[in-house]
Design a protein around this ligand. Structure first.
Ligand code: ADP
Ligand code: ZN
Ligand code: ZN
Length: 728
């Protein structure tokens, strides 16, 4: 019998490849990693199918060179989820597998956690009364008592004792009462499971009741403003999942995974918590991943890629901030962690909770179709009152670097009243560009259809699209004038204006420039939370997931940039941002005010938000999408291409369309230039495909995409497919 297996191998292969298993090696099962030759290289691949007849004659197959795991690393559920995602997003299956694995496993290292040496109680130690040591060796007595209660003492646990207890522990080892043993160390956070001293309100109870770990699949959308108590609902449901011995997977946006959130989980949950995010070292990531897989971790909190983490005894999935665009990967393997998590819960037959103050239109549409159940939290938890929103009409107003006089007065009032003000502008740098006051020349990036952002602090021009930087010109390259002026507003400029207007109250700016150093974002937010910082300004980093109980005024400096965006999702994103930022105000006992500066106070979107809130906006926006035939009413995919020349992407997309299978149910649009046609020196174009139903669109893509690589025009472009694109 020939021994052949199928292996998902990194590279452009849609399907796994066939390999031979030499007789000296054991026959690996599905989910086991192997080393395989490919061309002249050797790669780590994942076995996807047990032995079967290969299409290729056995004498043409190459043999694998090593089997890396004794046990499958991925169980059937995780493997098939990854394969499903590779097919749905039309991404090479080997790359999809790689995305799902921590770096060390991708590189072929052992699937073993770190080892720590701990002090363990011996049989004799268990029998010995600590009091017998108390007289001559009080420290040893204390440690023996702790060992009897806890079984092990890890090096980290030793910090809980006075002084350095290692000498005394060594004495216990010499007496035979304790021993030093190596144990796996998954780096888990040990939850304390403290009783909550608050009782859920009726709305919270209704939502919590709908989430029943162990009772089958259910999608629960918890729709409640910031501070309405969504996290309390998650904690309640997770605790019940834990009580049944089941694991919970919690997915949050990168920026939502704060130490504050982790500490809250640790305080409240009586279980072991693994945290998975991009800031971890490779070793820490591997440990957390293995803890999920082995079931050592009861709760796994992670960002996007945690959607693929294998779980030993899954009971519940929670997705916080489900509307957040960062849950969709924007390059390479363009999967949606939210959509996959919902699918996963369905296949596992477990409940999934989606939480947001501003649910995505996709989720609201699923509610309308009866697939998800929505629970609204209308009252703010505790006694917090909802903020009052007002529009500040900027037309004809004198402004000082973007701050209108009414806004300055308002900030004064709040500062004098002991409040805290938070100003929001989604643009970093000093100004979005420089302009020549003589001739109108603008500082444009020569590699992008975009302008340089002026960073005054660094004294440089920086293109935020291609990352190119250059020094500040002394004079206009077009007319020679030295009168170059900043045009437009960035956070640095607002900071300067605030320093001038409020010399007594130094503002703190929070954006990607001011928080480059590791941990500085957290430190600044912590200071803001304690109320040390009275005047805060920043980009959307400020908008998400942070409790700032002392904030009484939130101001949106410029709503207009979001009102007229090119993307069809721009209004949705603006509405979400306004509501999320507004959610920072008046969270504790103080009621808050929200001020929105705009030149378009009559704009229907703003009016809708002010008078009907997000639900009214969402309803209108859904109707608009329906009328325009856009998602979520219809399914969408984008075929993108880019190249250094303008013609190549167009030629490729035209050739691709010419050979596309015909299906009247799938509408095709394009090729047309991308909204920013040139970026980083490459021209970009795209074709949009839309269909009322997913199935015909998927069917067409499956037939079509494998042919594209063989087009002669494909050699001159980089192309990719984006199913359910977050940005068009
Ligand atoms: P969200 O996740 O919706 O932003 P949280 O769950 O963080 O809201 O709750 C906001 C604040 O209100 C927290 O300080 C929380 O402890 C408190 N809180 C939540 N639910 C209740 C309740 N039922 N009674 C009193 N306080 C509550
Ligand atoms: Zn000029
Ligand atoms: Zn550029």
């Amino acid at each position: 019998m020939t021994r052949t297996i199928r292996v998902a191998v990194p590279g452009p292969f849609t399907e796994p490849l066939d390999y031979l298993v030499p007789s000296r090696l054991p026959l690996p099962r599905r989910g086991v990693r192997v080393r395989v030759p490919l061309g002249r290289r050797e790669l780590v691949g994942m076995v996807t199918a047990a032995p079967s007849g290969s299409n290729l004659a056995a004498d043409r197959l190459r043999p694998i060179t090593a089997v890396l795991d004794d046990e499958p690393l991925l169980d059937e559920e995780t493997s098939s989820l990854i394969e499903w995602a590779a097919h749905y997003y039309h991404h090479p299956v080997g790359d999809a597998y790689l995305t799902a694995l921590p770096a060390r496993l991708r590189q072929g290292q052992a699937a073993a956690p770190a080892i720590a040496t701990v002090w363990t109680i011996t049989a004799e130690g268990r029998e010995t009364a600590p009091e017998s040591l108390a007289r001559q060796a009080p420290r040893q007595a204390v440690l023996l008592e702790a060992l009897q209660a806890e079984e092990h003492l890890s090096p980290a646990r030793l910090a809980g004792f006075d002084g350095d207890p290692r000498g005394a522990l060594q004495r216990l080892v010499e007496r035979g009462l304790a021993s030093l043993t190596p144990v796996p160390d998954y780096g888990l956070i040990i939850g304390r499971g403290e009783e909550s001293n608050l009782a859920l309100n009726d709305e919270q109870i209704a939502a919590a009741r709908a989430i029943q770990p162990g009772e089958g699949h259910e999608v629960v959308l918890v729709d409640g403003v910031t501070g309405s108590g969504k996290t309390e609902i998650y904690l309640d449901a997770i605790a019940r999942s834990l009580a049944q011995g089941l694991q919970t997977l919690v997915i949050v946006p990168e920026i939502g995974l704060t130490p504050q959130l982790v500490r809250r989980f640790q305080r409240r949950l009586p279980g072991r918590i693994a945290v998975l995010h991009s800031g971890l070292g490779d070793g820490e990531r591997l440990n957390a991943w293995l803890a999920a897989r082995t079931g050592e971790a009861d709760v796994v909190i992670g960002t996007r890629s945690a959607a693929f983490v294998p779980l030993r005894r899954p009971g519940l999935i929670v997705i916080d901030e489900e509307h957040d665009a960062s849950l969709k990967q924007q390059e390479g393997f363009r999967y949606s962690a939210r959509d996959l998590a919902v699918l996963r819960a369905h296949r596992l037959d477990i409940p999934v909770v989606l939480g947001s103050a501003t649910p995505s239109l996709e989720s609201l549409e699923n509610v309308r179709r009866g697939r998800y159940t929505r629970y609204r939290l209308c009252q703010r938890a505790g006694d917090a009152r909802p903020p009052v929103i007002q529009l500040l009409d900027m037309r004809g107003q004198p402004t000082r670097d973007g701050l209108s006089q009414p806004l300055i007065d308002q900030i004064h009032r709040h500062l004098e009243g002991g409040g805290q003000a938070l100003l929001f502008l989604n643009r970093r740098g000093f100004s979005p560009t420089l302009i020549c006051h003589e001739c109108g020349w603008l500082a444009e990036c020569d590699r992008c259809d975009a302008r340089y952002t002026y960073h005054r602090g660094r004294g440089r021009l920086h293109c935020h699209h291609c990352d190119r930087e250059r020094s500040l010109p002394h004079h206009c390259p077009s007319c020679g004038s030295v009168d170059l002026r900043p045009l437009g507003l960035g956070t640095e400029r607002i900071e300067t204006a605030l320093q001038a207007a409020f010399p007594e109250t130094p503002p703190v700016r929070i954006d990607r420039d001011s928080t480059r150093r590791r941990g500085s974002f957290e430190r600044q937010m912590e200071a803001a939370r304690r109320g040390d910082t009275r005047l805060l300004l920043g980009t959307q980093m400020l908008a998400k997931g942070h409790h700032l109980p002392a904030v009484t005024l939130v101001a949106i400096i410029d709503a207009d940039q979001g009102l007229f965006g090119a993307d069809f999702r721009a209004p949705e994103r603006l509405a979400q941002l306004v509501v999320q930022v507004a959610g920072r105000a008046g969270r504790a006992e103080r009621s808050g005010e929200v001020a929105i500066q705009t030149h378009h106070p009559e704009h229907p979107l703003l009016q809708m938000l002010i008078h009907g809130g997000y639900p009214a906006f969402a309803e209108a926006a859904l109707a608009e999408r329906e009328a325009a035939g856009l998602p979520p009413a219809r399914a969408m995919a984008l075929l993108r291409a880019e190249a250094p020349s303008r013609e190549a992407p167009q030629a490729f997309l035209k050739a691709a369309l010419a050979g596309a299978p015909r299906d009247p149910r799938v509408e095709r649009l394009g090729p047309y230039p991308a909204p920013m046609e040139r970026r980083a020196g490459r021209y970009r174009a795209q074709v949009m495909l839309q269909s009322d139903l997913r199935a015909p669109l998927q069917h067409l893509l499956t037939q079509w995409l494998p042919r594209l690589g063989r087009l002669p025009e494909a050699r001159r472009v980089r192309w990719s497919i984006d199913v359910d694109p977050a940005e068009t």
